[in-house]
Structures are given as structure tokens and as C-alpha cells.
Design a protein around this ligand. Structure first.
Ligand SMILES: [Zn+2]
Length: 173
């Protein structure tokens, strides 16, 4: 009798826990997609300025504290990648040169320079969209990142990649 009663209690709590886990997973996934869409808005902004369309946002405590896009043409500066702009803006905002509580969302895999800059910021997490099969830092060495930096790849990679393909296609014609 008691055993039956216990079993009746165990099942709802098991289902509740599973639902919680599922909700957590979905929430995390959606969060990455949500912030990557914000980074994509920046990439579109770059596109309209005839810049290579790469966008980035930096998130701290579920809040976007920096938004940036590639500005190499406008600034005539090969180092003006979206990530570099975003690191500077985020540090200006927080007043802290380290971004160890923050996450960088960027539409394209960072290059070696930006991965190196990310190392110096000690950023907590990097989430990128499309892989850069020519100049991505993972082609050289994933250990360029700070040991504390978690890496998540491929979020909205098709959308991020398509915009770049469209840009280079239009450039050729
Ligand atoms: Zn870069």
C-alpha cells in the first residue's frame, strides 16, 4: 500500500524534473539563437555599409553590453574586426579590461588576431555561427583561447554563412 503510494509520488516528480531539464536545455539553446540573431543584425548593418558582413554582440548577465560589426573599410584598418570593436566597447562599458563574466556572440569564426585578443580579455564564452574554413583560428590551434574560455560553434551557421556568401557573390558581379 505504502509502496504504491510512493510510486505514485515518484512518477510526477520524475516527470517534473525531466521537464525542468528539457526547459533548461531549450532555454539555453534559444538564448544562443536569440543573441546570435542580434549579432546577425550587426552583420546586416555591415553589409549595408559594403563591409564584409560580420557582426558581434557581448552579453553580460543576460544583457547585451556591446554591439559591433566589421569596420575595416570605413576605418581603413585591417584590425577593425567586429570582435575587436566589441571587446573595446564592452570594456569601456564595464570599466574592466577583463570580460571573464561575459559571452561573445559572433557570426563568423574569429580569426587568429581576434582569438588572441579574446585570450587577453579572459572572456568566459565564445559562441560563433559560421565556420571560417580559410582564416578561422581553429585551423591553427584551438588553444589560442584562454583556458577558461568555453567555445560553442555553429549557432545559426547557415544564416550567418549565407550573408557572407551573398556579399562575396555580389562583389564578384
Ligand atoms: Zn578577426
Amino acid at each position: 500500500m505504502f509502496a504504491c503510494k510512493n510510486q505514485l509520488l515518484i512518477w510526477p516528480s520524475f516527470i517534473f524534473n525531466c521537464s525542468l531539464q528539457l526547459f533548461y536545455l531549450m532555454f539555453n539553446f534559444n538564448t544562443h539563437e536569440y543573441y546570435m540573431k542580434e549579432a546577425l543584425k550587426e552583420a546586416y548593418e555591415a553589409f549595408t555599409k559594403d563591409e564584409v558582413p560580420v557582426g558581434a554582440v557581448i552579453v553580460c548577465n543576460n544583457r547585451i553590453i556591446a554591439r559591433a560589426h566589421n569596420l575595416t573599410e570605413q576605418l581603413t584598418d585591417v584590425t577593425a574586426h567586429a570582435e575587436m570593436q566589441a571587446f573595446t566597447a564592452a570594456s569601456n562599458y564595464t570599466g574592466n579590461k577583463y570580460l571573464d563574466e561575459c559571452t561573445l556572440y559572433v557570426t563568423l569564426e574569429p580569426c587568429v588576431m581576434c582569438a588572441g585578443a579574446a585570450y587577453w580579455t579572459q572572456i568566459s564564452k565564445i559562441v560563433f555561427g559560421a565556420f571560417d574554413h580559410k582564416k578561422g583560428f581553429t585551423l591553427i590551434n584551438k588553444n589560442i583561447l584562454h583556458p577558461k574560455t568555453e567555445l560553442i560553434t555553429g549557432i545559426l551557421q547557415n544564416e550567418c554563412g549565407e550573408l557572407l556568401k551573398r556579399y562575396f557573390k555580389e562583389k564578384r558581379t
